[in-house]
Design a protein. Structure first.
Length: 146
């Protein structure tokens, strides 16, 4: 039970990590890598922004390794929470919102439509300043009512 609560807590906490890194790292210090994500798309399969997948996956991989040494300790369940968040992020951001994979094109789900609207508001700013809606899975309720 404690392992599940740890896993769930880490999953929820990752939304805070995502918001912070998106606002202050991706739209700040590492804008060079994130900038092409805010520009009109052409026929490129990859963006410089995709480097963040590697950056964010690395701690999870290390924690899986350390958590599996001599049994499954708490680090393993922390890695599980981070990984599940990463999977959800990929499905929401790359599949649903940006349609990099054409899997969920026509959703009628109000939650998913709200996420898509909030992200469109985020992308209306092509530069790194004046951004809004930096989270991914939890966005302001106003986007569900629009």
């Amino acid at each position: 039970m404690i392992s599940f609560l740890l896993f769930l807590g880490v999953f929820l906490f990752m939304e805070c990590v995502t918001w912070f890194t998106h606002k202050y790292i991706m739209h700040g210090l590492m804008w060079y890598f994130h900038a092409d994500h805010h520009q009109p798309k052409y026929e490129n399969t990859f963006e410089r922004n995709d480097i963040f997948f590697v950056i964010f996956a690395t701690p999870s991989i290390i924690l899986f390794y350390l958590g599996a040494q001599g049994g499954f300790n708490y680090l393993f369940f922390v890695a599980c929470g981070i990984t599940l968040y990463g999977i959800c992020y990929f499905l929401i951001h790359d599949v649903l919102i940006h349609q990099r994979f054409k899997w969920f094109k026509n959703t009628k789900n109000k939650y998913l439509i709200g996420l898509r609207k909030a992200h469109k508001i985020h992308h209306k700013h092509l530069g790194k300043e004046h951004g809004e809606c930096f989270g991914m899975l939890f966005v302001p309720f106003k986007y569900y009512r629009m």
